[in-house]
Design a protein around this ligand. Structure first.
Ligand code: AR6
Length: 183
């Protein structure tokens, strides 16, 4: 049985680019449990948002893996930043898949609570945290499609891929999940 419809698929967009430039209501940060910044997309978001973001993050008391917290976007085009902590890949036997799915679900739930209609995600855990890209992408796309199928208030979810390999894999997975079923 299909868990999502063509309309849900139409609310997903895959682009290659820099998430800090995204003109959406909220962008998601692939943070660490301290929420005090780091490298990769986290570093880029903090640089682009300016010092106000770190100041607000200091008040949050960190975040558990798989959970998410929300702040303002400061100097970013996005009004909100949703900070989520992906799992570090440890071979796949430490609940990594479920934790990664929770990142997407919890981020979207926070977004809905703030009235966000357009949101952009990076490829959480696939950089420094070494989650295998194809597996992570399938979890990301499946979790988002499931959420969208139950939640009409999110109009657009953008997957912002920094490099061309990530972009290609996302395109393939979205095409696979969203192709018409065989008659
Ligand atoms: N826009 C979109 N995607 C980006 C950008 C950008 N500006 N910069 C990098 N990426 P990573 P993780 C991609 O390592 O694996 C940090 O130090 C990147 O190419 O940023 O979840 C945190 O503080 C990759 O595809 O996040 C944590 O300690 C994806 O974003 C740790 O890294 C995720 O790579 C989190 O590791």
């Amino acid at each position: 049985m299909t868990e999502w419809s063509a309309q849900d698929c139409n609310r997903i967009v895959v682009v290659q680019g820099d998430i800090t430039r995204e003109n959406v209501d909220a962008i998601v940060n692939a943070a660490n449990r301290s929420l005090l910044g780091g490298g990769g997309v986290d570093g880029a978001i903090h640089r682009a948002a300016g010092p106000g973001l770190l100041e607000e993050c200091r008040q949050l008391g960190g975040c558990d893996t798989g959970q998410a917290k929300i702040t303002r976007g400061y100097q970013l085009p996005a009004e909100w930043v949703i900070h989520t902590v992906g799992p570090v890949w440890r071979g796949g036997t430490h609940g990594e898949a479920d934790l990664l799915a929770s990142c997407y679900r919890n981020s979207l739930a926070l977004a809905v609570g703030k009235g966000v209609r357009r949101i952009a995600f990076p490829a959480i855990s696939t950089g420094v945290y070494r989650f295998p890209l194809e597996r992570a992408t399938r979890i990301a796309v499946r979790s988002v499609l499931r959420f969208l199928s139950a939640e009409p208030r999110i109009e657009e979810v953008r997957f912002v891929c920094f490099d061309s390999r990530t972009y290609t894999v996302y395109r393939e997975v979205v095409d696979e999940f969203c192709s018409e079923p065989c008659p």
